[in-house]
Design a binder for this molecule. Sequence first.
Ligand SMILES: [Zn+2]
Length: 264
Amino acid sequence: MRLSWKLGRFAGIDVFVHPTFLIVLLPGVFGGRDAIPLILALFGCVLLHEFGHALMARRFGIGTVDITLYPIGGVARLMRIPRAPGAEFLIAIAGPCVNFAIVAILAVLGFFSMDGEGLSLDQGSFLGQLATLNFGLGIFNLIPAFPMDGGRVLRAALSIGLGRTRATTIAARLGRILAVVFGVMAVFVTQSFLHLILAIFIFLASRNEELQVLGEERRRTFGETDQSIWYAPPGYRWVDRGGGLWQLSPVSTARGAQGSNRWM
Ligand SMILES: [Zn+2]
């Protein structure tokens, strides 16, 4: 049974809202009742960000199981994570690019309607705030730490020269260092409980991504038996079906709900 509520189906992908999402709409949590339209618009942009990942993944033949909105952001569950660095790079970068595109569109709208009420990009105006938030969202997602897109961008870039295993280890390690710095800042500088929670979340996600990918790569390289000398195409591995029958199976399936299939 699934906990989330279905919002609809767009471009062939089911979109859900997790019940915990409602807490961002509680007046007072993020600046009172007046802020609710802005929060809804922002999460609309988060949804577009996720569609950026999903539609770019589709170009590489990778489907998306669903997209779910949580209070901390959106999560797109891809059928699998591409091993090819170019594909991973483009799918990862597509999300933040959507946010920067929204900023550009809002800037053009604001430029052509400087006299128009409500379309000005002044600080404090609705569209101005939405543009600022989108810019922040794009930059935040480019922080080179898993599970942010920046972590995947970095891993993809490093994979070209170092291979996926080594690249993942380095990217995950850098992510943990950033998480520790962020955590120390949360305690001593910003003194924000929310920032501390975020730092811990990034730290754990880095470790999770590393273990996940290292496990995957080990299975690909060595297999579960010595039969693994057979070549398995990217994203697949040989599975013993018994009676001498071997079958190619996807490394991670849609049902697998594994950490690294979830894109934020
Ligand atoms: Zn993203």
